[in-house]
Design a protein around this ligand. Sequence first.
Ligand SMILES: Cc1ncc(COP(=O)(O)O)c(C=O)c1O
Length: 384
Amino acid sequence: MAKLPQKLERKLEKRRLDDALRELPKSRNLIDFSSNDYLGLSRKDEIAKEGHQLLESSEITKNSSTGSRLLTGNHALYQELEEFLARHHRANATLVFNSGYDANIGFFSCVPQRGDIIFYDELVHASIRDGIQMSNAKSYKFAHNNIEDLSCHIERSRNIDSNTEIYVVTESVFSMDGDTPDLKALANYCNAKGYHLIVDEAHATGIFGNGKDMVCELQLEKKVFARVITFGKALGNHGAAVLGSEKLKSYLINFARSLIYSTALPPHTIACILAAYKYLEKRGADDHTDLQNNIIYFKEQLVELEIQKNFIESHSAIHCLVVPGNKRVKQLSKKLETEGFDVRPILSPTVKVGQERLRFCLHSYNTKEEISRILSLVKNLLDK
Ligand SMILES: Cc1ncc(COP(=O)(O)O)c(C=O)c1O
């Protein structure tokens, strides 16, 4: 085997020394406080069956999409899904991408132009940052969830002229914090100023607004330039979509390279995304109630055990306990693992040094007993 160049060896070694080396985990049969399957839809037999039926009735017999959507990959189920999504999420148009990562790099690399400026929350997801890096626009970060800081940055910006479009980017539920910006205020601010607001709804898709998203829950559809929804989290599947105007859709079809130059999703995946949405619309109420009850119960337990101050304030399915230091947070995660729980440590450099954390993802299928047990263990570990 050819040797790895020394520069790369050194980078890997540094990761090892920083206790930050990433490795692919083995699959483990632990109690799930870590997956993004918030509503348990990945486990529903009836969704798999319905997906299969949809595939059969569509008479698409291929295992693969066989090409990019602009060539042979654009099967009929895509159109059905995109029409469904537009209705369900109250958008004018939707465009499905292969993943949230692809949607974000596709969007941000081609929409903001040279001379435009992107202002992004300092904690936005890596896929948004990567897309911004690929763009010709200038970009600046603003303090997390802080509209005043955003407005200061924009006012201080020297290179704004009448041709400059301003894009503002945030998430409705932050993936590594679980918290939420004041989206109403942000949308009103952007609207009043003529800025384009983009909201990544990855961790809100299917959960807020009766199985829709946070923008729908707050009735902000008309004030938002684009939303990114994903199907790999609460929908229990894979893929993503950009929601916006017909013209934006047409623009992305023409310029988003992650859409144009990549094989489209297989028909089976699209059928199962549709089936998951149909399930949500018809029978998802109980799963939502179970998830909401677990979020409430988790928060009540934090108060009862007097450990809420160690957690980042959140009303979503993601709750984070900040435990500074890669070594310490990994130790805590390991201890919980030996007790049968899967809670992942989030290490630096994924988060800032000193902000390392245990991320608890709550699900409709977690039991109250599991929640009390894991939080009692956490309390004991923190008291040591
Ligand atoms: C906020 C956010 N956006 C986008 C993505 C990427 O989505 P996907 O996993 O579908 O590529 C993630 C994934 O974790 C995310 O948390």
